[in-house]
Ligand binder design. Structure first.
Ligand code: SF4
Ligand code: SF4
Length: 380
């Protein structure tokens, strides 16, 4: 896919034709992944039919609360974001990076070829496009390129969907990442009652669109699509003041608020598992019972785990408060030094899925409201 989006004229795509887009992509060898309902949540999974989409469902979200509810219409994308993010496919939770088999002539080592499955992601929101762009920098932007991520990412076809509503946990407007999709997609849809306003954002997106049955966009369609997108902006109430946030956090490492939050945080890692940008991982060797087949596996890990800061002298971050501080100061502060942007896209997942309802926007506000003087020259 093409990360640079070029301005194109929008067209109208009848809803009844959405199945033909899925069928076309499957025919082109893509594994189409989209939102489905499983265990009372909207999650991403492989789909082949439009009937697998959460037609007529919406989500209610607040700190530590997620509920699905019936809508009074048949919207296919009438919800926000659930516990899954696309990193599940681009940076899989478990990857075998090497293996060894014991043979009569000794150990045979193998390095698996990266999985080159072609994924088509249907329903990617603006904050998620921003999260993918962040992970692009993490995994492919430096001198050490992750081959697993690169193989999957370079084959991915992205169909974005502009949000027509915001949850009470969303704050993408504060992070300048949404709610409108502005770049990083092949196609972007805005859902209307009987179809979609569609914009192509890459040559491959335009080529796919050209193979579908579309109509000219009427002024009425255009007005309704703009109103739907504006509704998502207007519904957004949560905000994060990002002014000087890196120096604010790194200049307040001894603020008493870290202990307060550490006293209620469970260290459960939920926030990092659902975060679309968190990328901590660990590597371990796993063998079968006969000790004849060994795999080196990379799996998601979290800076909230005690063992994650374990070094030869022992563990560096022994308290939950120190681990929460590490997460937030990295996510909103030192991430900027490493990758040139914030590590947060304002999706709100860590607020919804924190079992005790810790809200990072409130933590920052508390530190900002009682900020200790910055060290001379600011923090590193
Ligand atoms: S820190 Fe929270 S709000 Fe920010 S991107 Fe991660 S899950 Fe979303
Ligand atoms: S902030 Fe919440 S979700 Fe994250 S580790 Fe603590 S209790 Fe778990």
């Amino acid at each position: 896919m093409n990360p640079e989006t070029t301005e194109t004229e929008c067209v109208f795509f009848p809803k009844i034709e959405l199945q033909s887009l899925i069928t076309l992509l499957v025919g082109d060898g893509y594994h189409v992944v989209g939102p489905t309902i499983d265990q009372a949540a909207i999650v991403y999974d492989k789909i082949t039919s439009v009937d697998q989409l959460p037609r007529g469902w919406t989500d209610q979200q607040e700190a530590a609360k997620y509920r699905l509810e019936r809508r009074d219409d048949d919207a296919l994308f009438g919800f926000v974001v659930g516990p899954h993010s696309w990193k599940k496919y681009l940076f899989p939770p478990l990857t075998t990076v090497a293996s060894a088999q014991k043979t009569e002539s000794g150990w045979q080592m193998q390095t698996p070829e990266p999985d080159t499955t072609k994924y088509a992601f249907l329903g990617v929101r603006a904050c998620e496009l921003a999260a993918i762009a962040i992970q692009d920098r993490v995994f492919t932007g430096g001198p050490y390129v992750d081959p697993v991520y690169k193989a999957r990412r370079s084959n991915a076809f992205i169909i974005a969907v502009n949000c027509a509503q915001s949850a009470s946990t969303c704050f993408c407007t504060s992070m300048n990442t949404g709610p409108k999709c502005s770049s990083g997609f092949d196609l972007a849809l805005t859902e209307l009652e009987d179809g979609f306003e569609v914009e192509s954002g890459s040559d491959i997106g335009a080529a796919v669109l050209g193979r579908l049955t579309t109509q000219s966009l009427t002024a009425e369609h255009s007005t309704m699509a703009a109103a739907a997108r504006q509704q998502a902006v207007d519904q957004q109430t949560k905000q994060l003041n990002t002014e000087g946030i890196r120096d604010l956090l790194l200049g307040n490492l001894d603020h008493p608020r870290w202990k307060d939050v550490g006293d209620i945080c469970l260290g459960c890692t939920n926030c990092t598992m659902v975060c679309p940008t968190c990328f901590c991982s660990s590597v371990e060797e796993v063998s079968d019972l006969a000790n004849e087949n060994v795999e080196r596996q990379r799996h998601w890990d979290s800076c909230f785990n005690l063992s994650y800061s374990s070094m030869s002298h022992g563990t560096t971050r022994n308290t939950i408060a120190s681990r929460y501080r590490q997460w937030l100061t990295h996510k909103l502060g030192s991430w900027e030094n490493q990758f040139g942007t914030s590590g947060c896209v304002g999706c709100g997942r860590c607020i919804t899925w924190c079992p005790v309802g810790i809200d990072l926007t409130e933590e920052v506000a508390a530190i900002r409201g009682d900020a200790a003087p910055k060290p001379p020259g600011g923090a590193a």
